[in-house]
Design a protein around this ligand. Structure first.
Ligand code: NAD
Length: 250
């Protein structure tokens, strides 16, 4: 076992209020591309150009042509060892929260209680109406579609319940995230380049004395503060960590 992995297992052994802050890199093994790696979403289409509130309002056809593909495949992804590792920490009673920038719902699918998962960028599991506030499960997308656009009972075009560029983050999820991170004794940063604010600033809310660990294949702004950094593939690292905690590798 690598020295870093042993160090992290020791930190986990000493910790009782672990919070994980996750990003797209924990789900790439599930087949969902991230934003910035080679082969990621940026290489094909720039989400900053399309997944914006102004495009949704000005050109909903273009917006939905981009997003419908994502929603159509959203239910077909399976959780992988990174998600399982966090479920294992939860089953040991050590996980107090998962704060995630992901919108894929795979932490809950992987076995972490939904009450512990704070989705600061929303979720593709639902559609929402910005006019009347109504929400619908994604499974109703086709049924609600009139022509090429999903439409609310009030007549407004629906949007996926994800935070678009130019939108504010959902306050309750951010407040719960800050509270959880403020009470942690170990913060795990997994699979995020941590360059997208305000999520990128969340590690700054950890209390003095809380340990910090990073599991990511490339440096993030937090390595210099970290007690341990596991580089390399997240699925492999997390599979080994689960095994080190006594769980079977998924
Ligand atoms: P990001 O693409 O900026 O960063 C992902 C990080 O994970 C990168 O540093 C990359 O090198 C690393 N990585 C990817 N696969 C890895 C692997 N197998 N092993 C080790 N490291 C790996 O993603 P982000 O920080 O989450 O921020 C981008 C935004 O993208 C977020 O706002 C998020 O909402 C959105 N997003 C979400 C999903 C999803 O829900 N699965 C997918 C794409 C983008």
């Amino acid at each position: 076992m690598s020295g870093e992995r042993k160090e992290l297992l020791d930190l986990i052994g000493e910790s009782v209020r672990i919070v994980a802050l996750t990003g797209a890199g924990i789900s790439t093994a599930s087949g969902i591309p991230d934003f910035r790696s080679a082969g990621g979403i940026w290489e094909k289409e720039d989400p900053m150009e399309v997944a914006t509130l102004s495009v949704f309002r000005r050109d909903p056809e273009r917006f939905w042509a981009f997003y419908r593909k994502r929603l159509d495949t959203a239910g077909s992804y399976e959780p992988y060892p990174g998600h399982a590792f966090l479920a294992h920490l939860a089953s040991l009673g050590k996980l107090s929260a998962v704060v995630t920038q992901n919108i894929d719902g795979l932490h809950q699918a992987g076995g972490v209680d939904a009450a512990l998962v704070h989705e600061v960028h929303g979720s593709v599991r639902e559609l929402e109406c910005l006019s009347c506030g109504e929400r619908f499960p994604r499974a109703r997308l086709d049924e609600l579609t009139v022509g090429t656009l999903p439409v609310c009972a009030c007549g407004e075009v629906l949007k996926p319940a994800v935070v678009l560029f130019e939108e504010m983050l959902p306050e309750p999820a951010v407040e719960r995230s800050i509270e959880a991170i403020g009470g942690c004794d170990l913060l795990l940063l997994i699979g995020s380049s941590l360059v997208v604010y305000p999520a990128a600033g969340l590690p700054g809310y950890r209390p003095a004395g809380a340990r910090l660990a990073v599991i990511n294949d490339e440096p993030t702004p937090w390595e210099s503060d970290a007690d341990v950094w596991l580089s390399g593939d997240i699925a492999e690292q997390c599979g080994e960590l689960s095994a080190g905690l006594g769980f079977a590798r998924d």
